[in-house]
Design a protein around this ligand. Structure first.
Ligand code: FAD
Length: 462
């Protein structure tokens, strides 16, 4: 079936997948690979949030602008001079072309595997039946198994509503064809901080506002402090502990008003205050599926929301990251294919904030381990690492968290620290002790040696 076909009669599938983001698309691909007849229903674009308005465009922007940041560091170290300018228009074109080509390749891959793609909105009708509809057309798909992977959308509060002209969400920001001279960023989480870095690198003045008392609140407090220090050195205006009352577009400017009566004005504002699940309107009530918090679909230990119905990715709210969605997809398909009957388990899930500096975190942080045993930390400053010196980017550190003598978590902040995330995840997964440090040869010179340095450093009890 081509994507333009729409069934006039009922069609039956071994698996119907709703949503073609990283979770849904991977589930469809893996199931087709198992010989299961698959329908993939997507109401917008193949690739979902991640490919179109999330992970990929932000990293294309950060990757392309990274040399500017690196040259600035070298220029501060007085070993480079002159100016280099980003052609933002050319960058937007490159981004749009890459994403469109990726979508095309995804569609081709799905078709080659015999997956039926429906460009339509899906809604559960009753156990075993999903309605797919688009203007003027409706059809019913019968399923043996259903995977719901409808993802999430930006959180909106009254008074903080994007118009995507002056007040932007992630989609609006990534649609800009010209960077404003000044940008208010509301929310100092990873989306806000990555986008603020992109804007800063293209010459924009940044003001970051957050209600919390530190940036990147999900990170270890020492990591937040280091990040904040680096951004402040770049002359970002960072205002913490500030409760925003409203952000409005007034005379072409973004005007932010705080609960304390202060006012901040910039050319544009970016609202990046979290994500909410896409769980309404998909017919959960037809199967008695429950939600929790802002609408995350409740699942059991097998990621099942109802019999033969799975909810994966951002929709279940476990971990709002693309690789978590893909990992859950793999488990669900193995389960459907009869290759596993145990509960869903994942090892340590890494989390990265991209840019320069980057942060990486995997496993447990000290705050997670209170009362669980003897907690110690050991760390290594990047200033003592030759590769960090070579890049003239020496701010930051690697920190290892030990629980009862075993590595329970690793975090780092600094230039390019995401490079050793997988190694760190394996060390945490294996629960290395001091004796394991010599099992692996770390290359020299490398930033990975900062990780080795942190593993070997004297431990501090907490
Ligand atoms: P989504 O990718 O949101 O896909 C869901 C799909 O379902 C959408 O295409 C939607 O149109 C479709 N859909 C919804 N309802 C229906 C319906 N009723 N019928 C048919 N289709 C429907 N994660 C990372 O791991 N690394 C990163 O670097 C990273 N960067 C990010 C940067 C930004 C700016 C943002 C916003 C997010 C970022 N994320 C990142 C998070 C990542 O994008 C999400 O965790 C991931 O996309 C979740 O995948 P998903 O499959 O659950 O849902």
């Amino acid at each position: 079936m081509t994507s333009s076909d729409f069934p006039s009669e009922k069609r039956s599938y071994g698996l119907v997948v709703v949503g073609a983001g990283p979770g849904g698309f991977d589930a469809a691909l893996e199931a087709a690979g198992e010989g299961i007849k698959v329908a993939l229903v997507e109401k917008e674009l193949l690739g979902g949030t991640c490919l179109n308005v999330g992970c990929i465009p932000t990293k294309l922007y950060l990757g392309a602008t990274s040399p500017v940041e690196e040259l600035e560091a070298q220029s501060k170290a007085k070993v480079a001079k002159g100016e280099i300018e980003i052609d933002f228009n050319a960058l937007c074109t490159k981004k749009d072309r890459f994403i469109a080509a990726t979508r095309k390749a995804m569609e081709q891959k799905a078709k080659n595997l015999g997956i039926d793609i429906y460009r339509a909105t899906a809604k559960i009708l009753e156990p075993g039946k999903v309605e797919v509809s688009r203007p003027g057309e409706t059809a019913v798909l019968e399923y043996e198994n259903l995977v719901l992977a409808t993802g999430s959308h930006p959180t909106v509060f009254p008074g903080l509503e994007p118009d995507n002209e002056t007040i932007l969400d992630n989609t609006g920001f990534l649609s800009l064809t010209e960077m404003p001279e000044s940008l208010l960023v509301i929310g100092a989480g990873f989306i806000g901080l990555e986008m603020a870095q992109i804007a800063h690198r293209t010459g924009c003045r940044i003001t970051v506002v957050d209600a919390m008392d530190r940036v990147a609140v999900y990170e270890d407090p020492e990591v937040s402090k280091a990040l904040q220090g680096i951004f402040k050195r770049r002359k970002w205006d960072i205002r913490l502990g500030v409760k925003v009352r409203s952000v409005s577009a007034e005379n072409g400017k973004a005007v932010l008003r705080t609960e304390d009566g202060d006012e901040l004005v910039a050319d544009k504002a970016l609202i990046a205050i979290g994500r909410r699940p896409n769980s309404s309107g998909i017919g959960l009530e037809a199967l008695g599926i429950e939600t929790a918090g802002p609408g995350f679909v409740k699942v059991n230990e097998n990621l099942e929301a109802a019999a033969n119905v799975y909810a994966i990715g951002d929709l279940n709210g476990h971990i709002l990251l693309a690789h978590a969605a893909s990992h859950q997809a793999g488990y669900v398909v193995r389960r459907i294919a009869g290759k596993t009957d145990g509960p869903y388990e994942h090892g340590p899930v890494p989390s990265i904030l991209y840019g320069s500096p980057e942060t990486m975190r995997v496993g447990s942080m000290p705050a997670d381990l209170e009362g669980k045993g003897k907690v110690e930390t050991s760390s290594f400053p990047l200033v003592a690492n030759p590769i960090a010196q070579a890049y003239a980017s020496t701010q930051g550190f690697v920190k290892v968290i030990w629980l009862d003598g075993k590595v329970a978590g690793i975090t780092a902040v600094g230039h390019h620290v995401s490079g050793f995330t997988t190694a760190a995840a394996m060390i945490v997964q294996e629960g290395w002790t001091e004796n394991d440090i010599h099992k692996v040869v770390f290359p020299h010179p490398s930033l990975d040696e900062a990780l080795l340095g942190a593993l070997k450093a004297d431990k501090q009890a907490l």
